[in-house]
Design a protein around this ligand. Structure first.
Ligand SMILES: Nc1ncnc2c1ncn2[C@@H]1O[C@H](COP(=O)(O)OP(=O)(O)OP(=O)(O)O)[C@@H](O)[C@H]1O
Length: 674
């Protein structure tokens, strides 16, 4: 529900040189906050003296027009109905219970906050003034306490938190300004309105400088006071709802991060906007350009707020992990400011040049992985993991959510078209290899397109009924993926590893070979520094334990060893391939083939111990997708594995090991010919 009328850009005429008066009328008639009104009027005064033919004139009128088009006071009212929210989240998403719970918790807190009375402390040494204010504010439903001077107020503030203090300036014990200073120290979130019978400009300015919201002169205009108090109350409600960490959804592509953001907006009845930060290098893209040249523009945050016409949308900042940094400033530092509820109530866009209150916006960040985020930014975020789906979950999501949507979008609803479970599994297994559902959705859409065409060309205009699995290759072409692991044979020097990337878990093959040479370790496959070091560690471990494995201790003397990890064009890094490299080397040197259907992960130390790894769930899901039957994890990952649902561990044997020696006989087949 929109609370105030939304500004409609198209209805606003662009300011022509001759209609400065019209512009002034619009400024005076608009419900602009005081600080914006002042800036707009000052700009109009300047324009009055400017020649309409010069560029500054056009810049100035466009600026005033821009000020008028922003939703300074426009917001939607939240729907805090928990049951309804639960229903909306459930209707659009399968599973993801931890995310849904977090959102419902948030709504519950918001509801309680909004039910809490607004607490006001009235401080005045004149009894009549005090009682008058108390009476009026109580009538408006606020919870009011009183104090006769600054000292008494200070004592009350120490034992109870107030939202607002309305204080007289001149008082015997501790005057208004001293009280204001004390409030800023002991209760920084409490707001203050200064009331004075001797409203000199200096005392008012000092009060404002020290952090008072505003000042009122006696005798108080009660209507003005009441509207001021209710606007402070409204602002604090907005602050309360967003204080606390910003949610950050982290997970591989297609795991539902964006769509659940959309559902949150729908549940709250807020507007939704999504802004991708991928590749953003220039701070000005977020914060705008200064208004010194004709093409200057506001930043993308303010631009989107203006486009939406409300100041409290759900604002999704997509791919914050892909944000760049270079000589044109640091966009991540602007993000820090935007996401900090203490600072974003006066967000400064360079073009706008007056603070805009972003504290009502519900920001949600998304990232494929949060490891690369700057620490201060990460500290502001509450990271919620979207770890990818099991085959069973994909099947359920496809059946209950994606297929009905695709049928609808392709005009096939109610036309006797359906997908059997086996058909969906054929598509999942043969045409997708992903943690999320992006490709699956695309393939289902492709099937629906073909079926729509078949439907129209069929003479009898009959729907095809249930689509059998064996027609899928006719519709989508030959399967693109096979169970690469189970279908390949075990080979010497080729070990199967499990790695985690931003796309989810994946399997890799580490290949080793030895040739005559001069003790060189050749590493290829776009390996990063950590991976290269893992390879060196693995080789040193094998060399230093050669005799223990029955190997010639001088095996490296006249040899070169080459380790390669396909696909060569994709950069790889991380420590968790240590065990796989060591197994590949041992297989090569001991001439024992590595079992292809055993996949492993773990950081290797020089003494052969295995250190725990991250991304356990994602790695096991990747093993499942590839048809691996046994996975090897470091013992210290046991607690992570215990937390996994049954579904994730289905058809997979998990072997836990402290050191590499414990697993050799499980991974290596007997030497050939032995
Ligand atoms: N749990 C789920 N239940 C129902 N549908 C889902 C679920 N998870 C994902 N989807 C569907 O999968 C598709 C892809 O999801 P979405 O675009 O939200 O992914 P994403 O995580 O935001 O991806 P990216 O990181 O690439 O932006 C959408 O159509 C979404 O509705």
């Amino acid at each position: 529900m929109i609370f105030f009328k939304r500004p409609q850009d198209e209805q606003r005429p662009e300011a022509e040189p001759e209609d400065l008066d019209l512009l002034r009328q619009r400024v005076e008639g608009a419900d602009l906050p005081e600080h914006v009104l002042k800036v707009a009027l000052k700009e109009l005064d300047k324009l009055q003296k400017t020649d309409p033919a010069v560029a500054e004139y056009a810049i100035g009128t466009a600026y005033v027009d821009f000020l008028l088009s922003l939703p300074w006071n426009h917001f939607t009212v939240d729907n805090l109905d928990l049951d309804r929210a639960q229903e909306i989240l459930g209707q659009a998403h399968h599973g993801l219970q931890h995310v849904k719970d977090r959102i419902l918790d948030y709504l519950a807190v918001r509801t309680l906050c909004s039910l809490q009375a607004f607490r006001v402390l009235v401080v005045d040494d004149e009894e009549i003034a005090r009682t008058n204010l108390e009476y009026v504010l109580r009538k408006d439903g606020h919870q009011v306490d009183t104090a006769v001077d600054g000292q008494e107020a200070f004592d009350k503030l120490r034992i109870k938190e107030y939202d607002l203090v309305i204080t007289d300036l001149k008082m015997q014990k501790m005057d208004g300004l001293q009280l204001l200073e004390a409030i800023k120290k002991i209760s920084p979130h409490t707001e203050t309105i200064m009331v004075t019978g001797y409203a000199t400009v200096t005392s008012a300015v000092t009060a404002l400088q020290k952090g008072a919201v505003t000042y009122l002169s006696k005798p108080i205009n009660m209507a003005e006071l009441r509207s001021l108090v209710s606007s402070v109350k409204e602002r604090r409600r907005h602050m309360q709802m967003t204080r606390g960490p910003i949610l950050c959804f982290s997970g591989p592509p297609g795991t539902g991060k964006t769509s659940i953001g959309r559902s949150i907006a729908q549940a709250l009845e807020r507007r939704f906007v999504r802004l991708s930060l991928a590749g953003l290098r220039d701070e000005a893209e977020l914060r705008g350009h200064r208004r010194t040249y004709v093409g200057a523009m506001p930043g993308r945050i303010i631009h989107e707020i203006r486009r939406l016409g409300v100041k409290n949308p759900v604002f999704m900042l997509d791919e914050i992990d892909k944000i760049g940094q270079d000589f044109r400033g640091d966009p991540a530092s602007v993000l820090l400011e935007i996401l900090d509820p203490e600072q974003n109530s006066h967000f400064m866009d360079h073009y706008l040049d007056v603070p805009f209150d972003l504290s009502g916006v519900m920001f949600i960040a998304t990232a494929n992985g949060v490891e690369r985020l700057p620490r201060p930014l990460l500290d502001r975020l509450e990271v919620i993991q979207f770890p990818g789906y099991t085959e069973r979950e994909k099947l359920a999501i496809a059946r209950h959510f994606m297929i009905p949507r695709q049928l609808e979008e392709h005009g096939l609803r109610g036309r006797d078209v359906s997908f059997s479970e086996e058909t969906i599994l054929t598509i999942i297994r043969g045409y997708t290899r992903e943690a999320g559902l992006r490709h699956l959705e695309r393939e289902l859409a492709a099937v629906c397109r073909k079926v729509a065409r078949l439907y129209l060309t069929a003479k009898d205009s009959q729907g095809p009924g249930e689509i059998p699995p064996d027609v899928i290759p006719e519709l989508l072409g030959p399967p693109r993926y096979t169970f690469e692991v189970t279908e390949a044979r075990s080979r010497i020097g080729v070990a199967t590893g499990l790695v985690w990337s931003e796309l989810g878990g994946e399997i890799i093959f580490v290949e080793s070979t030895r040739m005559r040479g001069s003790q060189q370790l050749i590493l290829t496959g776009s390996l990063g520094t950590i991976l290269k070091e893992s390879a060196q560690t693995a080789l040193s471990y094998v060399r230093s334990h050669a005799e223990h494995f029955g190997l010639d201790p001088d095996f490296f003397r006249d040899s070169d060893i080459h380790i390669h990890i396909p696909a060569g064009a994709i950069p790889k890094d991380g420590p968790s391939a240590g065990i796989t490299i060591a197994v590949s080397l041992l297989s090569l040197l001991m001439q024992r083939p590595v079992r292809r259907d055993v996949a492993m992960t773990g950081e290797l130390t020089l003494s052969g111990r295995l250190l725990p790894v991250a991304g356990v769930r994602e790695k096991i899901l990747a093993a499942q997708r590839a048809g691996v039957s046994t996975v090897i994890f470091p013992q210290r990952n046991e607690s992570d594995i215990r937390l996994l649902e049954e579904d994730v561990l289905m058809d997979i044997d998990v072997v836990l090991a402290e050191g590499i020696e414990q697993i050799l006989d499980k991974v290596l087949e007997p030497a050939q010919g032995s």
